[in-house]
Design a protein around this ligand. Structure first.
Ligand SMILES: [Mg+2]
Length: 245
C-alpha cells in the first residue's frame, strides 16, 4: 500500500535506516543524493517529515548540513517542529526529589547522582553492595515524583538506576509531533531498525499507521513490514515520490 504523500506523516530513524551504521558515530554523514531525496519528500508532503533519532538535534544537523529538518533528538528529549521552533521535553524534575536523592546517596560511599537533560541516573559502580539500598532510594524517589504529578519510569541499567520521563522514547516523540498541525490528521509512517524504534512502531501501530523495520527478516518486532537494508529504504522512499513507477 502506497499512501499519497499529502496524507502521510513520515517519521524516519537516521542511523541504520537512512544511513549505514559506522564504527565511529561522528563519521556518519549524509550524501547529496539522500539529502535531496529527503528535501523532496519534505516539500511534496507539505512539511510532514521528521527525523527521529537517539542523537541530539545538533548531531542530526551536522549529518545533513546545511539542510535542517524537523526532528526529534535524544529519543524525544528535544523536538524541532516544522516551523523551526525548538522545544525540550516539558517534564519537570522537582528540586525536592533531587535533594532527597543527594542526601540518601551520601550514606553509600562510591555512589553518585548524575543529572541528565531529561532525568536522573543513580550510579553505584564503585559500590556494588549498595545496589539494594540505591534501588530502594530510586523507588522512593519515583513514588515522590508520582505524588507530585510527574510521570517517570525507573529503568535498571548496568550499575545504574535511571529515572526518565515515561514518554521520553521514540513513540512519545512521534505522538507529540502528531499533535502539530502539519502532522495532525495524517497517517503516520515510521521506519526504523533498532530496539529503541520499537516504541515508535507501537505508537504508530496504535494510530493505525504503517511501520517498517529495516534489517534481516524474522527478528522480533512490532513493525508490520520489512525492508532489507538502507538501500531498500532509499528505494522505498523514492517510490513514494513516484507511486506510478
Ligand atoms: Mg537506528
Amino acid at each position: 500500500m502506497i499512501l499519497p504523500l499529502r496524507e502521510t506523516a513520515l517519521f524516519l530513524d537516521v542511523d541504520g535506516t537512512l544511513l549505514e551504521i559506522q564504527d565511529q558515530p561522528d563519521a556518519v554523514i549524509s550524501d547529496q543524493r539522500l539529502t535531496d531525496l529527503l528535501t523532496e519528500l519534505q516539500t511534496r508532503s507539505g512539511g510532514a517529515l521528521a527525523l527521529v533519532s537517539g542523537r541530539p538535534i545538533e548531531e542530526i544537523d551536522r549529518i545533513f548540513a546545511p539542510r535542517v529538518f524537523c526532528a526529534a533528538g535524544g529519543h524525544g528529549v528535544e523536538l524541532r517542529l516544522p516551523d523551526g521552533v525548538q522545544e525540550t521535553h516539558p517534564t519537570r524534575l522537582p528540586e525536592s526529589t533531587v535533594g532527597l536523592l543527594h542526601a540518601g546517596l551520601e550514606d553509600y560511599p562510591g555512589t553518585f547522582l548524575e543529572r541528565k537533560s531529561h532525568g536522573l541516573a543513580l550510579h553505584y559502580r564503585a559500590n556494588p553492595q549498595a545496589r539494594e539500598a540505591v534501588h530502594e532510594l530510586a523507588n522512593s524517589a519515583l513514588a515522590d515524583l508520582t505524588r507530585l504529578g510527574e510521570q517517570f519510569e525507573l529503568l535498571s541499567g548496568k550499575m545504574v538506576f535511571e529515572l526518565v520521563p515515561h514518554d521520553v522514547n521514540k513513540g512519545g516523540a512521534i505522538n507529540r509531533l502528531m499533535q502539530h498541525p502539519v502532522f495532525a490528521g495524517r497517517t503516520p509512517v515510521f521506519v526504523g531498525d533498532d530496539v529503541t524504534d520499537e516504541y515508535g512502531f507501537k505508537a504508530v501501530n496504535a494510530l493505525g499507521g504503517q511501520t517498517l523495520k529495516v534489517g534481516v527478516a524474522g527478528s522480533a518486532t512490532a513493525a508490520r513490514q520489512h525492508l532489507e537494508d538502507v538501500d531498500a529504504v532509499h528505494r522505498w522512499l523514492r517510490g513514494l515520490l513516484d507511486p506510478a513507477a
